[in-house]
Design a protein around this ligand. Structure first.
Ligand SMILES: Cc1ncc(COP(=O)(O)O)c(C=O)c1O
Length: 399
């Protein structure tokens, strides 16, 4: 796990680095985290490096390597287990392309003949769609069904079997904040010989995680939500002992041992997760992401997680009387739920910049009426969406 810097920040010092919270009640961390002055400064640093150096590629590639190391430390992984990707989808595609479905001779499991992919109702669309696309390559989809807005391990228990190759699973559901017990799911899947691929996008940055302790096989996540940076950079974690058994067919020159060897007559595979990368890395985004990770390190993921949990609890107790669907969900006593909601009238997730006073205001906002919600919407809905005649609810957003 990452070591918080000695120059730690208190929650209110942390909050003061986000100018938007002085102007708005910012409720859209589940789509885009707020911009800190630190990340803004990193944008200028990147521009300056470009002005100064023209094309300082050694320095830029080194930045991406720094990011790999920093991110690995933040999730309890080794740097060799991390691929720096342009999106979570790119990470999922790289792994899907490396798997074979139901082909004994190419199976990861030797004699096993596994072709089933167990997908649950709470996945983000890209996770489901990428595995659905593998049906042409022999994959067979089995569904783990939710009961209302709950998805118990039992639902997986019923469908994971000796034919299951992989279980993609979102850690926190983007629609209703349901938090899956990944440790229990991993134990179940591994007992039955299946791999687990966690989508941590709706959680990373909002509390600590240790991928080695969890024992998961793969994980994707990205920077634009609780990791407080921008679109265009994401991460793929691959458990070390799986790396050299997987050769993706979605690849490129940055997936090679030495991209700058410029070989066109042969392909090689580095003994690290860089083999899942493809093209030129997202250099500007690496600057931003490092600044955001630095900032989170200065407060520490444990503190972030505790503060977010406190705010959720407070919101839950305040929201009870109002009775909209989001508040009903929030008011249930439910330790397994975090608060990440796009399906409700009130898209919201508490991040560390929310001090208690602003969570009261958020609860009050959620309790009021459509005009207030419209105001809230303008904070998170992109302008192309706003210009539509009839605004649609957050669950209908494409991202
Ligand atoms: C849970 C989850 N997974 C994946 C994504 C999107 O991933 P990407 O656009 O980087 O492929 C999102 C974006 O909202 C998400 O909430």
């Amino acid at each position: 796990m990452s070591t918080p810097s000695t120059s730690g920040l208190s929650p209110s010092q942390f909050r003061s680095r986000f100018p938007i919270v002085n102007r708005r009640i910012y409720v859209n961390s589940c789509s885009q985290g707020a911009l800190s002055t630190d990340v803004e400064a990193a944008m200028h640093e990147y521009a300056e490096s470009w002005h100064d150096g023209g094309s300082p590629w050694d320095m830029w590639v080194d930045k991406v390597e720094q990011l790999r190391t920093r991110f690995a430390a933040s999730i309890g992984a080794d740097r060799e287990e991390i691929a720096v990707m342009p999106s979570a989808s790119a990470g999922i595609n790289a792994i899907a392309s490396a798997l074979s479905f139901g082909n004994r001779s190419e199976s990861l499991f030797g004699a096993d003949d596994r072709s089933h992919v167990v997908v649950a109702d709470f996945e983000f669309p890209t996770m489901a769609q990428i595995w659905l696309a593998q049906q042409r390559r022999g994959a067979s989809i089995r569904w783990a069904r939710a009961a209302g807005d709950r998805l118990e391990i039992d639902a997986y228990e019923r469908v994971i079997d000796e034919r299951t190759l992989i279980v993609p699973a979102t850690h926190v559901c983007f629609r209703n904040g349901h938090k899956t017990d990944i440790a229990a799911l991993t134990r179940l899947a591994h007992t039955r010989g299946a791999l687990v691929f966690v989508d941590d996008y709706q959680r990373t940055g909002s509390g600590p995680i240790d991928v080695h302790a969890l024992g998961i096989d793969f994980m994707v996540t990205g920077c634009l939500k609780y990791l407080l940076a921008a679109a265009g950079v994401a991460f793929l974690y691959v458990r070390r002992d799986l790396i050299d058994r997987l050769e993706p067919t979605v690849t490129g020159w940055f997936g090679r041992v030495n991209p700058f060897a410029f070989r066109i007559d042969e392909i090689d595979w580095p003994p690290a997760a860089t083999r899942f990368e493809s093209g030129t890395p997202p250099v500007p985004n690496a600057y931003l992401a490092i600044a955001a990770l630095d900032l989170l390190d200065r407060i520490g993921y444990e503190v972030v997680g505790q503060q977010a949990a406190r705010l959720v609890e407070r919101y839950r107790s305040r929201a009870k009387p109002a009775g909209s669907s989001s508040e009903r969900r929030a008011s249930r006593s439910d330790a397994g739920r975090s608060w990440s909601s796009r399906a409700s009238t009130h898209p919201s997730w508490f991040h560390i910049w929310r001090i208690e006073a602003s969570s009261h205001r958020a609860a009050a906002t959620a309790c009021v009426c459509r005009s207030t919600l419209t105001t809230a919407r303008t904070m998170w809905m992109p302008s192309w969406r706003r210009s539509r005649p009839k605004p649609r609810c957050s669950s209908e957003r494409p991202d």
